[in-house]
Design a binder for this molecule. Structure first.
Ligand code: TYD
Ligand code: MG
Length: 451
């Protein structure tokens, strides 16, 4: 195929140049040029070509036939997509290498009883087959294509007309119309654009797998995230079995849902009862452990927060937080020091969230503070007690969202007491099996806990 005309544009100011230049003469920025296909026709020529132009119409006159969503084999995915996959939707799944992106989508391809095409630019046929055998092949309608040239992929896709297309990964594809290397901004943009066009014209849903960069964002232009309808993020620690799929953007549903999976020998399995997995894997009562009720999306979860306080050997005490924001830990320590009079300045403090979880729910605060104090005094916290409250800078115990749901989850898992903020509006009488203690200040919580 002959090469089409390409041109270079400055991503910052739009300056056009026939060849690549390092510094843009328009805005004086460096390295902002990327290669793009030259539009084949001018806009006026396109108008003259007689193509139908959309007319404005009253909103009441637009018909909304209920879209039939495609149900995937994976209920967690259906849930986070907002009740199944919308025809023609393009979903981007991002995540670190080795987290299980290929596994998850191959599993979908192998288990959903519709015609799917799994395009892989990363692995060979045999590698995919070996993996498929581990996962279990439940359909004879899954086709595999190992190819990275976009034009060949589009040919195959148009010939096969699958009902679901999966592309692993968008960064490996390239179009022969551009000279840029696969994974470059212009290639990613071009390939996504063409696949999107295919998806919309044929109402075929497309899953794209995307790599992420070191700082955790999806590699490639931000525009990739704007182009697709849904962005899912696969999170978790490669060394732990539990994985979370979260929606960052969804044009066809909310972004609060999340799916929790466990990776084991036969692929990723949905975790039905997530709270149980993060709880006590120990027999005796230990100090330095507090259980928090946090919200992940809209789901309440119970999670063990662990702390270790020990005398600092060297001058500056160490502070370390795994799964929790270190700056927030420093803030909590300062609050404990100022409001509760604990001298933590001479102590090393380490905190950790169980199971390799990484969370930001402020409701973790109280549980972490309690774990820290429990380790400091070497006195275990009551075993059947959970915490769910934010701590403010002046030591106030602040209300958290959806407290009723959190209390209900704690009760379901057999906890007998929960500590929340006095400012949470709680319908008394709703919670008969669990005792709800409310406090306004952190000092009060500690005098109740440690006497
Ligand atoms: P993979 O899905 O290839 O991750 P990604 O596409 O995000 O890079 O790999 C997932 C990891 O999970 C891999 O290291 C092997 C492991 N794994 C299992 O533990 N069990 C399984 O059944 C499969 C297929 C993979
Ligand atoms: Mg992969």
């Amino acid at each position: 195929m002959s090469k089409s005309k390409t041109t270079f544009f400055c991503r910052s100011c739009g300056f056009e140049s026939p060849k690549w230049i390092g510094k843009c003469p328009g805005c004086n920025q460096w390295n902002t040029f990327s290669e793009e296909l030259k539009p084949s026709k001018s806009v006026t020529a396109w108008k003259k070509s007689g193509r139908k132009i959309a007319e404005p119409k009253p909103i009441q006159s637009i018909e909304t036939a209920e879209v039939q969503r495609l149900q995937l084999s994976d209920d967690e995915l259906n849930l986070i997509l907002g009740g199944g996959l919308v025809p023609g939707a393009m979903v981007l799944l991002g995540g670190e290498p080795g987290i299980g992106k290929s596994t998850l989508l191959l599993q979908v391809a192998l288990r959903t009883p519709i015609k799917t095409l799994y395009v892989s630019g990363e692995e060979s046929d045999t590698q995919i087959k070996l993996r498929a055998e581990r996962l279990g092949i439940h359909t004879d309608q899954c086709n595999i294509l190992t190819e990275t040239l976009l034009e060949n992929i589009l040919d195959a896709v148009e010939r096969e007309m699958p009902e679901l297309l999966i592309v692993d990964s968008i960064q490996t594809l390239y179009s022969e119309q551009l000279e840029a290397t696969p994974g470059s901004i212009s290639q990613i943009r071009e390939c996504t654009g063409k696949l999107l066009q295919f998806a919309k014209e044929n109402d075929v849903p497309v899953f794209l797998i995307g790599h992420i960069t070191k700082d955790g964002s999806i590699a490639g232009p931000k525009i990739l995230e704007h182009m697709v309808d849904t962005v899912l993020q696969f999170e978790g620690d490669r060394h732990h079995a539990y994985r979370i799929v979260r929606t960052l953007k969804n044009r066809f549903g909310g972004t609060q849902e999340l799916g929790i999976y466990e990776m084991n020998g036969n692929g990723l399995n949905a975790v039905k009862n997530p709270s149980e997995i993060w709880l006590a894997q120990r027999e005796e009562v230990l100090s330095g452990i507090g259980v928090a009720v946090v919200l992940e999306g809209v789901r309440p979860l119970l999670l063990e927060t662990q702390a270790l306080v020990s005398t600092a050997v060297y001058g500056t005490p160490q502070r370390s937080a795994t799964g929790f924001d270190l700056r927030r830990l420093n803030m909590l320590l300062a609050v404990l020091e100022k409001r509760c009079g604990f001298r933590l300045g001479q102590q090393d403090v380490f905190v950790n969230l169980a199971g390799g979880m990484r969370l930001e729910d402020p409701a973790l605060d109280l549980s972490l503070c309690a774990a820290i104090m429990s380790s400091f005094y070497n006195q275990p916290l009551p075993t059947k007690c959970v915490f769910s409250a934010e701590i403010g800078l002046s030591g106030e115990v602040r209300a958290v969202q959806r407290v009723e749901q959190r209390i209900a989850e704690a009760q379901k898992l057999g906890f007998e007491e929960i500590i929340v903020s006095k400012y949470n509006k709680i319908q008394s009488g709703n919670h008969s099996g669990i005792k709800v203690h409310t406090f306004a200040r952190i000092e009060e919580v500690f005098s109740w806990l440690f006497g």
